[in-house]
Design a binder for this molecule. Structure first.
Ligand code: HEC
Ligand code: HEC
Length: 360
């Protein structure tokens, strides 16, 4: 081998070493890079039902991010469905009305909002009273602390102790038709359910699925220092509520519009509705009433006025077995319900007569 060919061979070996080195470096870059990439792309999957302390911190909601940092003191970790608490709730704000999309999808979002705000007119077959969804899920389902629709969207399907099964968003909406609206549950694939779910989905744009979010559900109140009391509740009612809801609790109409919704009687929610329970009612009232002055009643006042409101007669529970006593034992056997209890000489749960009355 002459010098030239030896040099050539050395050159080839050098080239090979260089080439192999480059390949190794490239491979390293790819492996490390892919690792970083995938560990970014696939965060730990949040499991709604196994949340525990020390779970990963929620990623900031994408898109329309609310600027306020999470404030666990202000909002105790409570989410809509049972068994999902214990993580620091993140802040979220739904998109503004003006961002509502156009086109075929947008039409369904809009119909959903219409059903929500004017339920009897938009979905007459399924409504049996003078309420709309938006009366209890205030500000068109946007208001934090008023079981807002965007929070519901990201918390279902979820297991609930109340029904002992995994409930879907559709089944929660069906429940509100049957009880809160004293009506009939639309089939799960009904255009009304589709529209409400589509509206909820749009409101939840950018919300972190399965994570606790500030303002979900109704913020539960601690048990009051004194037992809720009818006479005290009546005083709270006359001072703070009657001006809008009427001394007789029947609300106010203007023409064919219900301006202030009824709180009891034949055109209100029935004995199966969440709002008939003292816990839900006091929480809703404390956070949202008097309208525009939420948070101004003391906890005791909220419990007392909830007790007063719910010791009036309303449409029968659709699950009525034929006996108030038996229906109480089966569905209402808690301190939270006045169904089947005698208050001021009247056995509550007898139901109300009339078109939207008992045993529908
Ligand atoms: C009389 C008040 C009232 C009306 C009217 C009402 N709801 Fe509700 N809604 C409640 C209460 C109270 C709860 C929670 C308590 C419970 O679990 O029963 C609730 C719960 C819900 C939930 C689940 C919330 C969550 O985050 O877990 C959804 C979704 C819902 N309602 C949708 C609707 C829709 C849609 C309508 C109209 C068809 C409607 N509601 C009408 C009072 C009402
Ligand atoms: C300024 C008028 C006003 C006052 C005062 C007021 N409310 Fe309301 N209330 C409303 C309106 C309006 C709604 C429906 C909210 C909506 O559609 O945005 C409502 C909704 C409700 C609901 C849910 C819907 C229903 O009919 O069941 C309850 C319960 C309620 N109010 C209880 C009370 C109680 C208790 C007080 C007194 C502590 C009170 N409100 C004071 C105007 C008022």
């Amino acid at each position: 081998m002459n010098t030239r060919s030896r040099r050539r061979q050395a050159g080839r070996v050098n080239g090979l070493v260089l080439f192999a080195g480059t390949v190794v470096v490239l491979l390293l870059v790819i492996v490390v890079g892919a690792n970083v990439f995938f560990s970014r792309r696939i965060p730990e999957v949040p499991n709604a039902n196994s949340a525990g302390p020390g779970s990963p911190v929620a990623p900031p909601p994408a898109g329309r991010t609310a600027s306020a940092p999470p404030t666990p003191e202000a909002a105790p970790p409570q989410v809509a469905a049972d068994g999902q608490a214990h993580r620091t709730p993140v802040a979220f704000e739904p998109p503004p009305e003006r961002d509502m999309p156009d086109g075929e999808y947008g039409k369904v979002v809009r119909f959903g909002e219409q059903v929500f705000l004017d339920t009897a007119r938009a979905a007459p077959r399924y409504v049996g009273n003078d309420l709309s969804c938006g009366n209890c899920h205030v500000d068109a389902g946007r208001q934090p602390g008023s079981a807002p629709l965007w929070a519901s969207f990201i918390h279902y399907p979820a297991y609930r102790n109340k029904t002992r099964q995994v409930d879907t968003l559709a089944s929660r909406i069906q429940g509100c038709f049957q009880y809160s609206m004293n009506g009939k549950a639309p089939p799960a694939d009904d255009p009304v359910i589709t529209a409400l779910q589509t509206y909820a989905f749009w409101l939840a744009t950018g919300a972190p699925v399965g994570m606790p979010v500030q303002g979900s559900g109704y913020p539960k109140l601690a048990k009051p220092a004194q037992r809720p009391d009818h006479a005290r509740g009546e005083q709270v009612y006359l001072r703070n509520c009657a001006v809008c809801h009427g001394a007789d609790g029947q609300g106010q109409r203007a023409g064919d519009r219900q301006v202030f919704p009824p709180l009891w009687g034949p055109r209100s929610f029935n004995w199966g509705a969440g709002m008939h329970q003292l816990g839900d009612a006091s929480a809703f009232i404390k956070a949202n009433m008097p309208l525009g002055k939420g948070g101004t009643l003391s906890d005791q006042e909220a419990w007392d006025v909830a007790y007063f409101m719910n010791s009036h007669e309303r449409p029968q529970d659709p699950r009525f077995t034929g006996s108030v006593q038996e229906t109480r034992e089966r569905y209402h056997d808690t301190e939270d319900s006045l169904y089947g209890i005698e208050v001021n000489g009247h056995l509550l749960g007898s139901g109300t007569p009339g078109p939207a009355g008992s045993q529908r």
